[in-house]
Design a protein around this ligand. Structure first.
Ligand SMILES: *Cc1c(COP(=O)(O)O)cnc(C)c1O
Length: 415
């Protein structure tokens, strides 16, 4: 940690001051031999585990063949195969096209570029509690000022923020959101509405049923595009390939990243063919996008999800976790809400009025879990959400163990 402080800027944060030496099967092991149960998955990245055998094998083979050619200089088959898989797996059976980038933020940037290009409009609608990355467009779209935007302006123009549906807090009613779009921004100016189907960094907020579909219908009626930011929710995390699937919503553009590469950096933009094919040659792409190692890893990760039944596993994790957390809620009224889908589950911690956010308790519970060997993350616009993102390969025994540690943390910290 001393070397880190001497070599890195303070702006790069640390959840847990330990150094990992290996990780697999829901365990992260540090340089001192401590073993942590992993309820973070590197922020929803290692969905198939941190050393999934198919991923390790595919990447090892690819690295010996070649590391890079740049797809736009000399293409390779695995890039095309990843695009074919995303075209088939993302919601809707319309004709689609995909291209690959390096990160979630880049997938978001490109989604906005395409939407503005094909609509010829400027305005982009984002939401409270939304998170879309740390680049200029990503942070502009992001709702929370601290730590993501504070001091980093001026921001990109023509971004408007609407209320996200937040059932626990009773905010974000669809009718008033649509009225805001019509009256304050003007439907004819809206290139795109960009939305996380479940707000990730915002605290795993699952919108009111029908809210996403309402946005989608509004977009269709007004010639605006619906961009689903599935960077955190996508690729099996929520117990479906994409979180939009739970609501039967078919977006015009889907941004993916995190879980896609089995731990290697890769992002995807999957768009309606009739839209994205309008963009001129050379307008999209990048030097590293769809690196051969990342493509080999992504194909192996997708195969692992299919072959090992990990979508069903995410559903089972949801049942186990929500049952245990709801039982804890009846003993510990500081748990105001238990929510999420699949292996993307959270609890929101509140004061004795059942509503006031309690970020201090949230920090203490997280610290108690870390002390007792369970890696959990906090989230939420008010910093009062504990979020759980286990790799889908975690065993029932480890999950049970982790929930026991969490319960002990509630017993010792909340009174
Ligand atoms: C993490 C995240 C991003 C940004 O992804 P990076 O790979 O960190 O750039 C964008 N959108 C959502 C919903 C995310 O969770």
């Amino acid at each position: 940690m001393a070397r880190r402080a001497g070599a890195l800027p303070a702006g790069v944060g640390t959840t847990l001051p330990v150094f990992a030496v290996r990780a697999a099967g829901g365990i992260v092991e540090d340089a001192d031999g401590n073993r942590f149960i992993d309820l973070a998955a590197g922020i929803a990245v290692t969905t198939v585990g941190s050393a999934a055998p198919r991923v390790v094998e595919a990447v090892t083979k690819q690295v010996a063949d070649f590391t890079h050619t740049c797809f736009q200089v000399t293409p390779y088959e695995s890039y095309v195969a990843v695009c074919e898989r995303l075209n088939a797996l993302t919601p809707g059976d319309h004709e689609k096209r995909t291209f690959l980038v390096n990160s979630g933020a880049e997938a978001v940037e490109n989604s906005v570029k395409i939407a503005r290009y094909v609509t010829g409009r400027d305005a982009v609608i984002a939401f409270d509690h939304g998170f879309h990355g740390r680049t200029l467009m990503g942070m502009t779209l992001t709702g929370k000022v601290m730590p993501y935007k504070h001091g980093f302006g001026p921001f990109a123009p023509e971004i408007y923020r609407a209320e996200y549906s937040y059932p626990f807090r009773g905010t974000g009613d669809l009718t008033s959101t649509l009225a805001f779009l019509d009256k304050t921004v003007g439907a004819a100016n809206v290139a795109a509405v960009i939305v996380e189907p479940i707000a990730g960094e915002g605290g795993f907020i699952v919108p009111q049923p029908g809210w996403l579909a309402g946005l989608s219908q509004w977009c269709t009626s007004n010639g605006s595009l619906l961009i689903a930011d599935e960077v955190q929710t996508g690729i099996g995390r929520t117990g479906a390939w994409f979180a939009c699937d739970h609501e039967g919503v078919v977006p015009d553009i889907v941004a993916t990243a995190k879980g896609l590469g089995g731990g290697l950096p890769i992002g995807g933009i999957t768009a309606r063919a009739d839209l994205v094919d309008q963009v001129h040659a050379g307008g999209l792409g990048g030097t590293f996008g769809g690196n051969p190692l990342s493509c080999a890893a992504a194909l192996a990760a997708i195969e692992t999800i299919e072959a090992d039944g990990l979508i069903e596993r995410a559903q089972a994790i949801e049942s186990t976790m929500t049952a245990r957390l709801r039982a804890m809620q009846s003993s510990y009224p500081v748990i105001g809400d238990v929510r999420g889908r699949g292996a993307m589950i959270a609890v929101e911690l509140v004061g004795s009025d059942g509503m006031t956010p309690d970020p201090d308790l949230t920090k203490r519970i997280a610290a108690a879990c870390h002390q007792d060997g369970v890696l959990v993350l906090t989230a939420g616009s008010y910093g009062n959400v504990l979020r759980f993102l286990p790799p889908l390969v975690i065993s029932d025994e480890l999950l049970d163990d982790a929930l026991g540690v969490l319960e002990k943390a509630f017993a010792s910290q909340s009174r």
